[in-house]
Design a protein around this ligand. Structure first.
Ligand SMILES: [Zn+2]
Length: 337
């Protein structure tokens, strides 16, 4: 039996940093630094000219078309998976080394709001094109029986708080019909938010955190702050969603369309391998969206997730076969630019 591919060996090496369980390489941690140092070594081994920009992003330039970038990120969520970000970096090194064209880029801190790519977009210089290969992080390609997917665009993300007020009271002496319980009202709000998202095609909304005041087991809650994360595929639907939910976002990313020409090249290479062409929007934010919003023609190639699309988890998985196909498509597109 053939040995593990170099891509998978490198993913294992990155995953081993910090010792687990799962991948733990948050922005500006010793582990993220170690991952960047490891990748810098691979870039040098590939004969690329290594650059670390003032914001800590790592680049490796080949001599032909160094203005075409391919890459992703090496930071992770706590107890993250082996593939998110890392796959896009390792596959990009493979593709650039194989074709002798393009540059590899490793952005800092994607998981905490695309810190590195946002800084680079503000500071420049920016590439003529950007390609990001990424694990899908969802089950749609598996449902479609397709190893690869071409991303049409990246959803816009809005986050904001809804505050619900009530009146604090003694949990034992306040009769049920005399209560103004903020958490009970918040429960209704959460259901309403969920219902609202289902009325807009392609939209999703999540309540992932509640802050309950005063937060004691024997006190009726006086105030609840509901953290809302709302996403939709285009500006119009993003706006409609946040208005319908009634949240004032403190954080907002614009939805980003992927570049038509790059998408056509990806479609072409996927088709040439006899694979089904599946196009899908990305529900997760990515560095490619930041670059696209900054005017860089950008595209993303998704690799099928196994294990029902689980992600941000040690159970995140793609097959060696699918990954090899994806790296191959990336290399072919690079060589055509
Ligand atoms: Zn990622």
């Amino acid at each position: 039996m053939a040995g593990r591919s170099r891509v998978f060996e490198r993913l294992d090496e990155l995953y081993a940093i910090g010792g687990g369980p799962g991948a733990n390489r948050p922005l500006r941690s010793a582990e993220e630094d170690e991952a960047h140092a490891l990748a810098a070594g691979w870039l040098r081994d590939a004969g690329l000219e290594v650059e670390v920009d003032p914001d800590g992003n790592l680049l490796g330039h080949s001599k032909r078309r160094p203005d075409v970038w391919a890459g992703s990120h090496l930071d992770t969520v706590p107890q993250g998976g082996k593939f998110d970000g890392a796959l896009g970096v390792v596959a990009a090194i493979e593709a650039v080394e194989r074709t002798g064209a393009g540059s590899v880029v490793v952005f800092r801190g994607e998981e905490v709001g695309c810190v590195g790519s946002t800084a680079r977009a503000a500071r420049g210089p920016l590439p003529a094109a950007f390609l990001e290969l990424h694990i899908e992080q969802g089950p749609r390609l598996a449902y479609a029986d397709a190893p690869l997917g071409i991303v049409t665009g990246v959803v816009g993300v809005s986050r904001g708080d809804i505050v619900v007020d009530g009146t604090a009271g003694h949990a034992g002496t306040t009769p049920m019909d005399a209560r103004d319980d903020a958490l009970v009202k918040a429960a209704g709000e959460i259901l309403r938010i969920r219902e609202t998202a289902t009325t807009i095609d392609g939209a999703v909304a999540t309540v992932g955190r509640l802050t309950i005041e005063p937060g004691a087991a024997n006190v009726i809650p006086s105030r609840v702050t509901i953290a809302v994360d709302a996403r939709a595929p285009d500006r119009e639907r993003c706006q409609r969603l946040i208005e319908a939910i009634g949240v004032e976002p403190y954080y907002r990313t614009a939805p980003a369309d992927m570049d038509e020409r790059l998408r056509a090249l990806l479609r072409d290479e996927v088709e040439a391998r006899g694979l089904p062409v599946v196009e899908l929007a990305s529900g997760a934010g990515h560095d490619a969206a930041i670059l696209a919003a900054a005017g860089v023609p950008s595209a993303m190639l998704f690799v099928r997730s196994l294990n029902d699309g689980v992600s941000h988890s040690p159970d995140e998985l793609s097959s060696e076969e699918d990954v090899a196909l994806a790296a191959d498509v990336l290399a072919s597109v690079l060589s055509r630019l």
